[in-house]
Structures are given as C-alpha cells and as structure tokens.
Design a protein around this ligand. Structure first.
Ligand SMILES: NC(=O)C1=CN([C@@H]2O[C@H](COP(=O)(O)OP(=O)(O)OC[C@H]3O[C@@H](n4cnc5c(N)ncnc54)[C@H](OP(=O)(O)O)[C@@H]3O)[C@@H](O)[C@H]2O)C=CC1
Ligand SMILES: O=C([O-])CC(=O)C(=O)O
Length: 266
C-alpha cells in the first residue's frame, strides 16, 4: 500500500482522488490546501478519501510520496522542504519550473534529502521519446498550442484581443518557451515540459493560438535531431472544473501513482 499526501484539491487533485478511490493499493493520508480554504476542501475530501486529513502543511508527517497538484507557490512552500527531509515527490506544475533557478533548487533539495523528484508529463505525450532523442542530440523542437478563446481569459491575450469576437484562429504569442512561460504562466506547463525534456527554454520555439474552431486543448509538437524526427498531435479534452487543464493531466498523475504503487509499472 502506497501512502500518499497530495498538495491541492482543485480540478486535478479531485479528479485523481475520484479515480483512485477504488484502488486498494493507494491511500491518501493527507491533502494540503491553503488555510483559508480548508473547510471547503474537507467537504470534498470526505467523500473521495474519507480517511484523509485536510491540513495546511505537512508538519512532521512522512508520507511514502508527496504529490503536487496545486501551483507555483506550492513548490517552494511544500515540495522543496519535503525533498530536503527525504520525502520522494512528484510535481505537475511544470510551468512553474521556468522560474530561473527553480529546477536547480529542486535538484539540490532532492540531493540533500537523498531522494528524487519526478516531473510528470501531464497534458503532453512523447516525453519519453523526446528525452531519449536528446541523448543523441536535438536540432529543433517547435510547439504549437491551440485552445478555444475562452481558455485564454485572465491572460495577456485578453487585453490584446477581443477573445469573444474572434472568428479565425489567431496567433496570440510567438517566441521562446521562456517568454511563453513568463507571459502565460498558467498555460506554460506543456511548453516547459517539452523544454525540460528537450532543448531548454530558450531554444524551444512556441506558437500559441486562440482558435474559435476548436473545443479541445490541441498540442502539436515537431522534433528533429540525430534520431530522426517526430510529429505529435494531442487533442486534450478540457476538464469541466478548469478548462485550462486537459483531462489527460489527471490520468497522467493516476498513472504515475499506479506505477509507484503496483507490482507492474508501464
Ligand atoms: N503538467 C501539465 O501538463 C499540467 C499542469 N497543470 C498545473 O497543475 C496545477 C493544478 O491545476 P488545477 O488542478 O487545474 O488547478 P486548480 O486551480 O483547479 O486547483 C489548484 C488547487 O491547489 C490549491 N493550492 C494553490 N496554491 C496552493 C499552495 N500554496 N498550497 C496548497 N494548495 C494550494 C488550490 O487551493 P485554493 O483553491 O484554495 O486556492 C486548489 O485547491 C496548476 O499549477 C496547473 O498549471 C495543469 C494542466 C496541465
Ligand atoms: O492542456 C493542458 O492541460 C495544459 C496546457 O496547455 C499547459 O499548461 O501548457
């Protein structure tokens, strides 16, 4: 039985607990949320993981695994201290890792605690292929992200474009993955994941579209290198609870937890 503590109880956290409710080999012991929202989280968690405690910090507890499904802040606040204490961690807010120095801090914390932090693939696929291709040498990685206009609400695109009135696919950003992550931090997970697995934030090229013709989060990747090349299209169905997040992200977390908990890992 794998004893897991989860940080965050939003669209991803709830989706993960819903699926794993029926897995006898995974137990959620604690769910960590901000102090102000503990009561709300308690009512959600009581139906999904009735034995789990809702807390605002991990304290002295030592789960087998700590998983972050919360956001940027949670990495500094919870993941780095847990790694330093030797608790293995998984991180889903990969966009946060575009902050200069944060990947190094994560690595240093894991080394100090003699443990490991796993960065999850989330909404994008072929990270195994891209990371393997990097060994032989990559020449180019180009990522095109296409989402319905409303998925770009609360981003700089809202000020620059009349999103509700768009009739055609519209490029809202073109540049490096680093710049994409700076301007669109809540939509930067895929660009940052591809960068970390491949050519880095400065050499990974990104184009983002607000497209009234799509209802899904469409991720298109072209990679070239010594290995040859690949093109990948993901058409991720958005979660009802958060249209910025593809449902595959939830499944990617469930897969990762299953791979730690079960006798067979794939
Ligand atoms: N790797 C990938 O491909 C993808 C990654 N993501 C990332 O995953 C993360 C979660 O996404 P999603 O579930 O959709 O987001 P939600 O906004 O639905 O949920 C986030 C949850 O985390 C909680 N939270 C926020 N800050 C903290 C903190 N410092 N400590 C503890 N809990 C905290 C929130 O609490 P409250 O509501 O009280 O603020 C909320 O319960 C985001 O960072 C997102 O960018 C998303 C999609 C794909
Ligand atoms: O599709 C998703 O779930 C998330 C996404 O685009 C991103 O954050 O890059």
């Amino acid at each position: 039985m794998l004893h897991v503590s989860m940080i965050g109880c939003g669209a991803i956290g709830v989706g993960v607990m819903e699926i794993l409710k029926s897995d006898p080999e995974v137990a959620f012991d604690m769910v960590v949320v901000p102090e102000a929202h503990m009561e709300r989280a308690r009512s959600t968690v009581s139906t999904l993981a009735p034995t789990a405690r809702v807390v605002s910090r991990l304290g002295d507890e030592r789960p087998d695994l700590l998983i972050e499904c919360a956001g940027h802040q949670a990495i500094a606040e919870h993941i780095i201290p847990a790694l330093e204490r030797g608790i293995p961690c998984m991180v889903v807010s990969i966009g946060a890792l575009s902050e200069p120095g944060l990947v190094d801090k994560l690595e240093a914390a894991a080394r100090a605690g003699k443990t490991q932090v796993q960065l999850l693939s989330g909404a994008i696929g072929a990270i195994d292929a891209l990371a393997a291709a990097k060994v032989g040498g990559l020449e180019s990685v180009v990522y095109t992200g296409r989402k319905p206009p409303q998925a770009w609400k609360d981003t700089p695109a809202e000020a620059a474009f009349d999103l509700d009135a768009l009739k055609e696919p519209t490029v809202i950003f073109e540049g490096s993955a680093r710049e994409a992550a700076r301007l669109y931090p809540k939509n930067a997970n895929v660009a940052a994941t591809l960068s970390l697995a491949g050519l880095g934030l400065d050499q990974t090229r990104v184009r983002l579209y607000a497209d009234p013709g799509v209802s899904e989060n469409v991720h298109y990747v072209e990679a070239r290198g010594a290995f040859g090349g690949f093109e990948l299209t993901m058409r991720g169905k958005p979660l009802a609870a958060n249209p910025k997040t593809s449902a595959l992200t939830v499944y990617s977390v469930v897969r990762a937890l299953g791979n730690r908990a079960h006798a067979l890992s794939i």
